[in-house]
Design a protein around this ligand. Structure first.
Ligand code: GLA
Length: 717
């Protein structure tokens, strides 16, 4: 136990923990760096923050502890909730952690505490990363003589009262990551996901900010729950004056029951603060994820995926022809999507039988893999290991391996059921099947899908999502161990499983099943609030979007995909020679710029016209950058407002060049002299602060501006 304050810092962010007379410490500050205050400064400062005893309240000063609890008078959501199945009058139901000890260093604190009366102990960990992220989680141990059912174990981070606005994301299949903005009044705003997977509606980040915050302005505090199962994030403002963000796993009744001596570790809650808008908040997350994503540091190969090109119509000749055109336009990875395994002629059969279909592939996948490899591309394969069609040998042979909540009724979803990964034989079966595929074929990449929610699922009479999620993580970890270089994509009918839990084990996400570029502009913009852009798959679809029926020009489709992990998902064998040449030019442009996507800082200048979306990637040393200006609707004014090329170094001079692999993405005759003629050399301050004017334009236009630093004579540096 210590009565001294603790200052932790990293990456320009400070955390102040202060002792509390009521028990475990208070988190007094999460936000701007406060430098290196001396212990005397800190102790004196605590006096300035000493709370009083309010009227009509407990006769105690109010302290919001790092484990908020009802016993200290906190009227919001408690950090720990649980119960003993048999009520014990000698034990309190509400834990209070009064005495504690901790170990701290410059950037982390570990606090341990026990409530002997309740028979519970907690270990609370907080770390500040070099990027300035805050990671916090608790582990609860049952020290009592009887079992203890954990109902919730939440982590919280307080934010200042000046954060009066909230932003979170929602969505659905093919429309993931739709932002919601609202004032933050008193009460609790909770975003919960009970999909048995992260969910298309998962908020990714719940953000509180100062009034009017945007991508480049305002102070923002965002949290993320790093977990791929049921979870909640909430923002709470109490009448007593506390403001906090919190979250954790959502546990079903009796889902986690601790026998005496057992522990439950909650998922990490990750917090990101920035004092200049959402871009700064996202940048910390991008840099941290990049540091923990070793395989994605390789150059991101341009992908051709077969799904929207052929669907289930698998045929060696047809796919070999597609591979030829893929190589011709410059693709580097060819991904064979759904439809290759036994009985999988449509989506009603086959899932679970993970061997190559002998009728469609009489000589196995070998000839296609060899063909793809001979064209200089990597081979990738689609799998959906956690799923089973009722029409499959697996389901027929082992009905007991399917997850279910009750005996008779099992509702299918896309005609599929879920394999119970907590069943040891089912787990071994699918693990062996995946290992056999990886042994037999030269596979560089797995697209790992999960095309249904888990509803009413139980294992051993208890809700099964917690155990299923851990088993899924274990399966990924074990495959990784035996095949360390294989890259894996997290897909779940598009963006249904995107979170830092799965991203710790995978190398990219599929953000949506829609390739409609008008929808993609928003989906990618908001997915990259959490995920670095090069880990977000973006494919150029065919002229007609399969999910919406909308027709879009190739130039617009490609420009929208340019600043992510670029790919093509379109039957290029049916594209005209002109279209293929155009695709090849976009592939070449992406290759020229992809180092900026993979290593640069993402900037999203706020634009006054909602019809205009600006996305940029700026090199860390700010000597080069690329901006894509996408016009998604009819602009509000005849001449659109100027675009600020933010993120550039104001003291440097730059050459700005509009590039146009397509003529179809904009209305060429409306060019202004510079967009027609370019490039122009001018100062970074003018570009970033005063901006450039684009020509009058129409919906589904896009401009790509390539920016590079020049020396005093105007030569490229
Ligand atoms: C999901 C994925 C798609 C495709 C299909 C295959 O919907 O999101 O990209 O792989 O499954 O069935």
């Amino acid at each position: 136990m210590t009565d001294r304050p603790v200052h932790l810092s990293g990456g320009g962010v400070s955390i102040l923990l202060a002792p509390s007379p009521l028990g475990v410490p208070t988190l007094l500050h999460w936000g701007a760096d406060v430098g290196a205050p001396t212990m005397d400064d800190l102790a004196a400062y605590l006096e300035l923050r000493r709370p009083g005893v309010p009227h009509s309240a407990l006769d105690l000063p109010r302290h919001l502890s790092v484990l908020p609890d009802n016993g200290s008078g906190f009227t919001g959501t408690p950090a720990v909730e649980g119960r003993r199945p048999e009520p014990d009058p000698t034990r309190p139901w509400a834990p209070r952690f009064l005495s504690w000890s901790w170990e701290t260093d410059d950037d982390s604190a570990v606090l341990t505490s026990a409530d002997d009366e309740a028979g519970l102990a907690v270990r609370w960990e907080l770390g500040v990363t070099e990027e300035g992220l805050v990671r916090v989680r608790s582990t609860l141990t049952n020290n009592g003589p009887t079992s203890y059912a954990v109902d919730a174990l939440r982590a919280t981070l307080p934010v200042p009262a000046e954060a009066t606005e909230l932003l979170d994301l929602t969505g659905r299949w093919t429309r993931e990551r739709t932002p919601q903005r609202h004032p933050w009044p008193q009460g609790t705003w909770t975003r919960s996901g009970r999909h048995g997977r992260t969910g298309h509606d998962a908020t990714l980040l719940l953000v509180a900010g100062t009034p009017g915050f945007g991508f480049r302005r305002g102070s923002v505090w965002g949290i993320h729950v790093g977990w791929s199962g049921d979870h909640e994030s909430y923002a709470e403002r109490t009448p007593e004056g506390e403001c906090l963000l919190g979250g954790g796993e959502l546990l079903g009744p009796g889902e986690v029951v601790l026998d005496p001596g057992e522990s439950y570790a909650a998922p990490w809650l990750v917090g990101s603060f920035a004092d200049a808008g959402l871009d700064g908040m996202a940048d910390r997350l991008h840099r941290w994820t990049r540091r923990h994503s070793p395989r994605s540091r390789r150059t991101r190969p341009v992908v051709v995926n077969t799904w929207e090109a052929v669907y289930f119509d698998h045929d060696l000749d047809r796919l070999s022809a597609l591979a030829d055109v893929a190589a011709e336009v410059g693709a580097e990875r060819f991904v064979l999507d759904d439809g290759w395994f036994r009985g999988r002629r449509h989506d009603r059969a086959g899932l679970g039988d993970w061997t190559v279909d002998p009728e469609v592939w009489p000589a196995g996948l070998g000839p296609l893999v060899d063909h793809v490899r001979s064209r200089g591309m990597e081979f990738g394969l689609w799998v959906e290991p956690e799923m089973v069609n009722e029409d499959s040998d697996l389901a027929r042979d082992h009905p007991e391996w399917l997850l279910r909540g009750r005996g008779a009724r099992r509702d299918s979803w896309r005609f599929q059921q879920v394999l119970d990964l907590q069943h040891p034989d089912a787990y071994d079966h699918v693990r062996s099947a995946l290992l056999a595929l990886l042994e037999e074929h030269d596979i560089a990449f797995l697209k790992w899908d999960h095309n249904r929610d888990l509803v009413d699922v139980a294992h051993g009479g208890r809700p099964a999502v917690h155990g299923q999620t851990l088993a899924f993580y274990r399966l990924l970890d074990e495959l990784r161990e035996s095949h360390p270089s294989i890259e894996i994509e997290s897909c779940a009918s598009g963006g249904g499983r995107i979170d830092l839990g799965v991203l710790g084990r995978t190398d990219r996400v599929w953000p949506s099943d829609t390739m409609d570029p008008l929808l993609r502009v928003g989906i990618q913009r908001w997915t990259t609030l959490l995920v670095p852009p090069e880990l977000v798959g973006a494919h150029v679809g065919g002229p007609v979007a399969h999910t919406t029926g909308r027709v879009s020009p190739l130039g617009f489709r490609a420009a929208v995909a340019l600043l992510n992990h670029f790919g093509i998902e379109w039957d290029l064998t049916r594209a005209s020679p002109g279209e293929r040449a155009e695709v090849a030019r976009w592939v070449a442009l992406h290759k020229q710029l992809r180092h900026l996507v993979a290593e640069g800082t993402m900037v999203r200048p706020d634009h006054p016209d909602p019809a205009v979306t600006v996305t940029g990637m700026v090199a860390q040393d700010r000597t080069e950058a690329v901006y894509v200006v996408a016009v998604t609707d009819s602009p509000a004014t005849q001449t659109p407002a100027v675009v600020l090329l933010e993120g550039l170094a104001e003291e440097l001079r730059y050459r700005v060049e509009p590039v146009r692999p397509s003529e179809t993405a904009h209305v060429a005759h409306l060019d202004t002299p510079w967009t027609a003629g370019g490039p122009v050399v001018t100062s970074g301050a003018l570009l970033a602060r005063v901006g450039v004017r684009l020509p009058p334009t129409s919906p589904e236009s896009a401009y790509v501006l390539v920016v590079s630093c020049v020396d005093g004579e105007g030569r490229q540096r």
